[in-house]
Write a protein that binds this ligand. Structure first.
Ligand SMILES: NC(=O)C1=CN([C@@H]2O[C@H](COP(=O)(O)OP(=O)(O)OC[C@H]3O[C@@H](n4cnc5c(N)ncnc54)[C@H](OP(=O)(O)O)[C@@H]3O)[C@@H](O)[C@H]2O)C=CC1
Ligand SMILES: CC(=O)N[C@@H](CCC(=O)OP(=O)(O)O)C(=O)O
Length: 304
Protein backbone atom coordinates (compact mmCIF):
# COMPACT_ATOMS: atom_id res chain seq x y z
CA UNK A 1 0.00 0.00 0.00
CA UNK A 2 1.31 3.48 -0.89
CA UNK A 3 2.43 5.58 2.09
CA UNK A 4 0.06 8.29 3.20
CA UNK A 5 1.29 11.87 2.74
CA UNK A 6 2.47 13.55 5.94
CA UNK A 7 0.92 16.87 6.96
CA UNK A 8 2.21 19.17 9.71
CA UNK A 9 0.00 22.05 10.89
CA UNK A 10 2.20 24.82 12.31
CA UNK A 11 -0.23 26.58 14.69
CA UNK A 12 -2.31 23.43 15.21
CA UNK A 13 -3.73 24.67 18.54
CA UNK A 14 -5.12 27.93 17.11
CA UNK A 15 -8.64 28.58 15.79
CA UNK A 16 -7.86 27.88 12.12
CA UNK A 17 -5.39 25.08 12.92
CA UNK A 18 -7.96 23.21 14.99
CA UNK A 19 -10.55 23.54 12.22
CA UNK A 20 -8.14 22.07 9.68
CA UNK A 21 -7.07 19.28 12.02
CA UNK A 22 -10.70 18.29 12.54
CA UNK A 23 -11.39 18.23 8.80
CA UNK A 24 -8.17 16.31 8.02
CA UNK A 25 -9.44 13.29 9.93
CA UNK A 26 -11.60 12.50 6.87
CA UNK A 27 -8.55 12.34 4.54
CA UNK A 28 -6.00 9.55 3.95
CA UNK A 29 -3.08 11.57 5.39
CA UNK A 30 -0.83 11.16 8.43
CA UNK A 31 -0.84 14.16 10.74
CA UNK A 32 2.55 14.92 12.26
CA UNK A 33 2.24 16.93 15.49
CA UNK A 34 4.79 18.37 17.91
CA UNK A 35 4.77 18.54 21.68
CA UNK A 36 2.40 21.45 22.49
CA UNK A 37 5.01 22.84 24.91
CA UNK A 38 7.40 23.21 21.94
CA UNK A 39 4.88 24.69 19.52
CA UNK A 40 6.79 27.99 19.31
CA UNK A 41 10.24 26.40 19.39
CA UNK A 42 12.03 27.14 16.13
CA UNK A 43 14.07 23.93 16.06
CA UNK A 44 11.09 21.70 16.87
CA UNK A 45 8.99 23.39 14.16
CA UNK A 46 11.79 23.08 11.61
CA UNK A 47 12.32 19.40 12.42
CA UNK A 48 8.58 18.78 12.00
CA UNK A 49 8.67 20.59 8.67
CA UNK A 50 11.44 18.31 7.45
CA UNK A 51 9.22 15.27 8.20
CA UNK A 52 6.26 16.60 6.21
CA UNK A 53 5.17 16.56 2.57
CA UNK A 54 2.85 19.50 3.19
CA UNK A 55 3.00 22.11 5.96
CA UNK A 56 -0.11 24.18 6.68
CA UNK A 57 0.78 27.49 8.36
CA UNK A 58 -1.97 28.70 10.72
CA UNK A 59 0.01 31.49 12.33
CA UNK A 60 0.17 35.25 12.63
CA UNK A 61 1.83 36.87 9.58
CA UNK A 62 5.28 37.30 11.19
CA UNK A 63 5.43 33.65 12.27
CA UNK A 64 4.35 32.56 8.76
CA UNK A 65 7.19 34.56 7.24
CA UNK A 66 9.59 32.93 9.70
CA UNK A 67 8.24 29.48 8.77
CA UNK A 68 8.72 30.18 5.08
CA UNK A 69 12.34 31.17 5.74
CA UNK A 70 12.81 27.90 7.66
CA UNK A 71 11.44 25.93 4.69
CA UNK A 72 13.92 27.67 2.40
CA UNK A 73 16.73 26.62 4.79
CA UNK A 74 15.64 22.99 4.34
CA UNK A 75 16.64 23.18 0.67
CA UNK A 76 15.79 20.01 -1.24
CA UNK A 77 13.94 18.62 1.82
CA UNK A 78 11.58 21.60 1.92
CA UNK A 79 7.91 20.61 2.12
CA UNK A 80 5.17 22.29 0.11
CA UNK A 81 3.48 25.12 2.01
CA UNK A 82 -0.12 26.25 2.39
CA UNK A 83 -0.32 29.52 4.33
CA UNK A 84 -3.52 30.70 6.03
CA UNK A 85 -2.17 34.13 6.99
CA UNK A 86 -2.18 37.39 5.04
CA UNK A 87 1.60 37.29 4.53
CA UNK A 88 1.81 35.95 0.97
CA UNK A 89 -1.61 36.52 -0.58
CA UNK A 90 -0.42 39.17 -3.01
CA UNK A 91 3.06 37.67 -3.50
CA UNK A 92 3.29 36.69 -7.20
CA UNK A 93 5.60 33.77 -6.38
CA UNK A 94 2.77 32.11 -4.41
CA UNK A 95 -0.36 30.66 -6.03
CA UNK A 96 -3.61 32.12 -4.71
CA UNK A 97 -5.68 29.26 -3.29
CA UNK A 98 -9.13 30.10 -4.67
CA UNK A 99 -9.86 27.15 -6.98
CA UNK A 100 -13.24 28.46 -8.14
CA UNK A 101 -11.61 31.47 -9.85
CA UNK A 102 -10.99 29.34 -12.95
CA UNK A 103 -10.11 25.76 -13.96
CA UNK A 104 -6.54 27.03 -14.55
CA UNK A 105 -6.38 28.25 -10.94
CA UNK A 106 -7.35 24.83 -9.61
CA UNK A 107 -4.65 23.24 -11.80
CA UNK A 108 -2.06 25.75 -10.62
CA UNK A 109 -2.88 24.98 -6.97
CA UNK A 110 -2.49 21.24 -7.61
CA UNK A 111 1.16 21.56 -8.60
CA UNK A 112 2.29 24.69 -6.69
CA UNK A 113 5.06 24.50 -4.08
CA UNK A 114 3.56 27.51 -2.24
CA UNK A 115 -0.16 28.27 -1.93
CA UNK A 116 -1.77 31.12 0.00
CA UNK A 117 -5.21 30.45 1.45
CA UNK A 118 -7.59 33.36 0.79
CA UNK A 119 -8.74 35.69 3.57
CA UNK A 120 -12.26 35.39 4.92
CA UNK A 121 -13.60 38.78 3.73
CA UNK A 122 -11.71 38.58 0.40
CA UNK A 123 -13.32 35.18 -0.30
CA UNK A 124 -16.73 36.87 -0.32
CA UNK A 125 -15.65 40.07 -2.10
CA UNK A 126 -13.51 38.42 -4.79
CA UNK A 127 -16.07 35.64 -5.24
CA UNK A 128 -18.67 38.28 -6.12
CA UNK A 129 -16.60 40.80 -8.06
CA UNK A 130 -14.17 38.84 -10.18
CA UNK A 131 -16.62 36.95 -12.43
CA UNK A 132 -18.50 40.20 -13.11
CA UNK A 133 -15.29 42.03 -14.04
CA UNK A 134 -14.15 39.06 -16.14
CA UNK A 135 -17.48 39.05 -17.97
CA UNK A 136 -16.96 42.73 -18.82
CA UNK A 137 -20.12 43.93 -17.09
CA UNK A 138 -18.46 45.54 -14.05
CA UNK A 139 -15.73 47.97 -15.14
CA UNK A 140 -12.40 47.31 -13.41
CA UNK A 141 -12.26 51.01 -12.43
CA UNK A 142 -15.70 50.91 -10.71
CA UNK A 143 -15.51 52.66 -7.28
CA UNK A 144 -16.34 49.55 -5.23
CA UNK A 145 -17.53 49.91 -1.60
CA UNK A 146 -17.57 46.76 0.51
CA UNK A 147 -19.35 46.41 3.84
CA UNK A 148 -18.91 43.26 5.86
CA UNK A 149 -19.71 41.72 9.22
CA UNK A 150 -17.88 38.82 10.84
CA UNK A 151 -18.41 36.66 13.88
CA UNK A 152 -15.88 37.25 16.64
CA UNK A 153 -13.94 34.03 15.91
CA UNK A 154 -12.52 36.02 12.94
CA UNK A 155 -10.22 37.72 15.44
CA UNK A 156 -8.67 34.41 16.58
CA UNK A 157 -8.08 33.19 20.13
CA UNK A 158 -7.72 36.63 21.71
CA UNK A 159 -10.96 38.04 20.33
CA UNK A 160 -12.81 34.80 21.13
CA UNK A 161 -11.65 35.03 24.74
CA UNK A 162 -12.59 38.72 24.95
CA UNK A 163 -16.14 38.06 23.71
CA UNK A 164 -16.72 34.89 25.70
CA UNK A 165 -15.21 36.16 28.93
CA UNK A 166 -16.12 39.85 28.92
CA UNK A 167 -19.18 39.95 26.65
CA UNK A 168 -17.63 42.08 23.90
CA UNK A 169 -19.51 44.78 21.95
CA UNK A 170 -22.80 43.74 20.30
CA UNK A 171 -21.69 45.31 17.02
CA UNK A 172 -18.61 47.30 16.17
CA UNK A 173 -17.21 48.92 13.02
CA UNK A 174 -13.43 48.69 12.83
CA UNK A 175 -10.63 49.20 10.30
CA UNK A 176 -11.81 52.80 10.14
CA UNK A 177 -8.48 54.08 8.86
CA UNK A 178 -9.74 52.33 5.69
CA UNK A 179 -6.45 50.43 5.48
CA UNK A 180 -7.57 46.96 6.53
CA UNK A 181 -5.01 44.26 5.70
CA UNK A 182 -7.43 42.64 3.24
CA UNK A 183 -7.69 45.65 0.90
CA UNK A 184 -4.59 44.81 -1.22
CA UNK A 185 -5.75 41.19 -1.53
CA UNK A 186 -9.23 42.21 -2.74
CA UNK A 187 -7.77 44.88 -5.03
CA UNK A 188 -5.36 42.40 -6.67
CA UNK A 189 -7.43 39.25 -7.00
CA UNK A 190 -10.80 40.80 -7.84
CA UNK A 191 -9.10 42.38 -10.86
CA UNK A 192 -9.97 45.95 -9.83
CA UNK A 193 -7.85 48.85 -11.04
CA UNK A 194 -9.31 51.23 -8.41
CA UNK A 195 -8.56 50.53 -4.74
CA UNK A 196 -11.79 49.31 -3.09
CA UNK A 197 -13.20 50.98 0.00
CA UNK A 198 -13.67 48.32 2.69
CA UNK A 199 -15.56 48.73 5.99
CA UNK A 200 -15.48 45.60 8.18
CA UNK A 201 -17.43 45.06 11.38
CA UNK A 202 -17.69 42.41 14.06
CA UNK A 203 -20.75 41.22 15.96
CA UNK A 204 -21.27 39.36 19.23
CA UNK A 205 -21.77 35.97 17.59
CA UNK A 206 -19.13 33.31 17.14
CA UNK A 207 -19.10 32.27 13.50
CA UNK A 208 -20.54 33.58 10.25
CA UNK A 209 -20.03 36.42 7.82
CA UNK A 210 -21.82 38.58 5.27
CA UNK A 211 -19.94 40.64 2.69
CA UNK A 212 -22.14 43.11 0.79
CA UNK A 213 -21.40 45.34 -2.20
CA UNK A 214 -23.95 47.90 -3.49
CA UNK A 215 -23.88 48.72 -7.20
CA UNK A 216 -25.44 51.50 -9.29
CA UNK A 217 -26.51 49.50 -12.34
CA UNK A 218 -26.60 52.59 -14.59
CA UNK A 219 -22.80 52.82 -14.16
CA UNK A 220 -22.25 49.28 -15.44
CA UNK A 221 -21.54 48.26 -19.05
CA UNK A 222 -24.84 47.81 -20.90
CA UNK A 223 -26.89 48.84 -17.82
CA UNK A 224 -27.68 45.22 -16.82
CA UNK A 225 -30.43 44.17 -14.40
CA UNK A 226 -29.90 42.35 -11.11
CA UNK A 227 -31.13 39.19 -12.87
CA UNK A 228 -28.39 39.57 -15.52
CA UNK A 229 -25.72 39.72 -12.79
CA UNK A 230 -27.23 36.68 -11.08
CA UNK A 231 -27.02 34.75 -14.37
CA UNK A 232 -23.35 35.64 -14.88
CA UNK A 233 -22.48 34.43 -11.38
CA UNK A 234 -24.62 31.31 -11.74
CA UNK A 235 -22.85 30.38 -15.00
CA UNK A 236 -19.42 31.02 -13.48
CA UNK A 237 -20.01 28.80 -10.44
CA UNK A 238 -22.08 26.07 -12.14
CA UNK A 239 -20.95 22.65 -10.88
CA UNK A 240 -18.93 23.99 -7.92
CA UNK A 241 -19.44 22.20 -4.59
CA UNK A 242 -18.41 25.04 -2.27
CA UNK A 243 -19.95 28.11 -3.93
CA UNK A 244 -23.68 28.39 -4.65
CA UNK A 245 -25.47 31.20 -6.42
CA UNK A 246 -28.92 31.30 -4.84
CA UNK A 247 -32.14 33.30 -5.03
CA UNK A 248 -32.13 36.63 -3.20
CA UNK A 249 -33.95 36.93 0.14
CA UNK A 250 -35.37 40.03 1.75
CA UNK A 251 -33.34 39.46 4.93
CA UNK A 252 -30.09 37.63 5.60
CA UNK A 253 -28.76 36.28 8.88
CA UNK A 254 -24.96 36.15 9.17
CA UNK A 255 -24.94 32.98 11.25
CA UNK A 256 -26.96 30.73 8.93
CA UNK A 257 -23.90 29.00 7.43
CA UNK A 258 -21.93 28.56 10.67
CA UNK A 259 -20.17 25.14 10.65
CA UNK A 260 -20.57 24.84 6.87
CA UNK A 261 -17.87 25.06 4.18
CA UNK A 262 -20.32 26.48 1.61
CA UNK A 263 -20.47 30.10 0.44
CA UNK A 264 -23.76 31.50 -0.88
CA UNK A 265 -23.83 34.37 -3.36
CA UNK A 266 -26.89 36.51 -4.05
CA UNK A 267 -27.83 39.48 -6.21
CA UNK A 268 -30.59 41.57 -4.61
CA UNK A 269 -32.73 44.07 -6.52
CA UNK A 270 -35.87 44.04 -8.65
CA UNK A 271 -36.40 44.89 -12.34
CA UNK A 272 -37.68 48.30 -11.15
CA UNK A 273 -34.58 49.24 -9.16
CA UNK A 274 -31.54 50.69 -10.83
CA UNK A 275 -29.58 49.44 -7.87
CA UNK A 276 -28.32 46.00 -6.96
CA UNK A 277 -26.74 44.60 -3.84
CA UNK A 278 -24.29 41.70 -4.15
CA UNK A 279 -23.99 39.55 -1.02
CA UNK A 280 -21.78 36.67 -0.01
CA UNK A 281 -22.65 34.64 3.08
CA UNK A 282 -20.14 32.19 4.52
CA UNK A 283 -18.60 30.91 7.73
CA UNK A 284 -15.39 32.88 8.36
CA UNK A 285 -13.92 29.66 9.80
CA UNK A 286 -15.37 27.47 7.00
CA UNK A 287 -15.05 28.64 3.38
CA UNK A 288 -13.35 31.70 4.93
CA UNK A 289 -10.48 29.65 6.42
CA UNK A 290 -10.33 25.93 7.29
CA UNK A 291 -12.87 24.74 4.70
CA UNK A 292 -10.96 26.50 1.92
CA UNK A 293 -7.70 25.11 3.31
CA UNK A 294 -9.11 21.61 3.04
CA UNK A 295 -10.04 22.20 -0.62
CA UNK A 296 -6.45 23.31 -1.26
CA UNK A 297 -4.96 20.39 0.69
CA UNK A 298 -7.01 17.96 -1.40
CA UNK A 299 -5.84 19.60 -4.62
CA UNK A 300 -2.18 19.79 -3.52
CA UNK A 301 -2.12 16.13 -2.45
CA UNK A 302 -4.15 14.90 -5.42
CA UNK A 303 -6.98 13.62 -3.19
CA UNK A 304 -10.42 13.75 -4.83
N1 LIG B 1 -9.98 33.24 12.49
C1 LIG B 1 -10.36 33.42 11.22
O1 LIG B 1 -11.55 33.61 10.90
C2 LIG B 1 -9.35 33.40 10.14
C3 LIG B 1 -7.99 33.40 10.38
N2 LIG B 1 -7.10 33.38 9.33
C4 LIG B 1 -5.65 33.50 9.52
O2 LIG B 1 -5.12 32.30 10.07
C5 LIG B 1 -4.00 32.61 10.88
C6 LIG B 1 -4.26 32.02 12.25
O3 LIG B 1 -5.40 32.69 12.77
P1 LIG B 1 -6.25 32.11 13.97
O4 LIG B 1 -6.23 30.62 13.92
O5 LIG B 1 -7.55 32.81 13.91
O6 LIG B 1 -5.39 32.66 15.20
P2 LIG B 1 -5.22 32.05 16.66
O7 LIG B 1 -4.68 33.17 17.46
O8 LIG B 1 -6.47 31.40 17.10
O9 LIG B 1 -4.11 30.93 16.45
C7 LIG B 1 -2.77 31.19 16.11
C8 LIG B 1 -1.92 30.06 16.67
O10 LIG B 1 -0.55 30.28 16.31
C9 LIG B 1 0.24 30.13 17.50
N3 LIG B 1 1.45 30.91 17.33
C10 LIG B 1 1.63 32.25 17.48
N4 LIG B 1 2.92 32.59 17.23
C11 LIG B 1 3.57 31.43 16.95
C12 LIG B 1 4.91 31.10 16.61
N5 LIG B 1 5.87 32.04 16.52
N6 LIG B 1 5.23 29.80 16.37
C13 LIG B 1 4.29 28.84 16.44
N7 LIG B 1 3.00 29.07 16.79
C14 LIG B 1 2.64 30.35 17.01
C15 LIG B 1 -0.67 30.64 18.59
O11 LIG B 1 -0.25 30.24 19.87
P3 LIG B 1 -0.67 31.17 21.15
O12 LIG B 1 -2.16 31.25 21.12
O13 LIG B 1 -0.12 30.42 22.30
O14 LIG B 1 -0.02 32.49 20.91
C16 LIG B 1 -1.99 29.99 18.19
O15 LIG B 1 -2.07 28.65 18.58
C17 LIG B 1 -3.85 34.14 10.93
O16 LIG B 1 -2.84 34.56 10.08
C18 LIG B 1 -5.22 34.63 10.47
O17 LIG B 1 -5.10 35.86 9.79
C19 LIG B 1 -7.54 33.24 8.06
C20 LIG B 1 -8.87 33.23 7.76
C21 LIG B 1 -9.88 33.38 8.78
C1 LIG C 1 -13.23 39.94 13.14
C2 LIG C 1 -11.77 40.08 12.77
O1 LIG C 1 -10.99 40.66 13.49
N1 LIG C 1 -11.40 39.54 11.64
C3 LIG C 1 -10.04 39.59 11.15
C4 LIG C 1 -10.03 38.93 9.81
C5 LIG C 1 -9.78 37.48 9.94
C6 LIG C 1 -8.33 37.17 9.73
O2 LIG C 1 -7.44 37.62 10.38
O3 LIG C 1 -8.08 36.35 8.81
P1 LIG C 1 -7.45 36.47 7.47
O4 LIG C 1 -6.76 37.75 7.24
O5 LIG C 1 -6.39 35.47 7.41
O6 LIG C 1 -8.57 36.25 6.58
C7 LIG C 1 -9.53 40.98 10.90
O7 LIG C 1 -10.29 41.85 10.50
O8 LIG C 1 -8.31 41.17 11.01
Amino acid sequence: MAQQPVVFIDGEAGTTGLGIRERLSALPVRLHSIDPALRKDRDARKAAMAEADLVVLCLPDAASREAEAMAVELGADAPRLLDASTAFRTDPTWVYGFPELSPEQANAISSAPRVSNPGCYPTGAIGLLRPLIQAGVLPAHYPVCINAVSGYSGGGRQMIEAHERDGGPAFELYGLTLEHKHVPEIHTHAGLTARPLFVPSVGHFAQGMIVSIPLHLSMLEGAPTAADLHDILARHYAGQDHVRVVTADNALSAEALAHSDIMELRVHGTPHTRHALLTARLDNLGKGASGAALQNIRLMLGLS
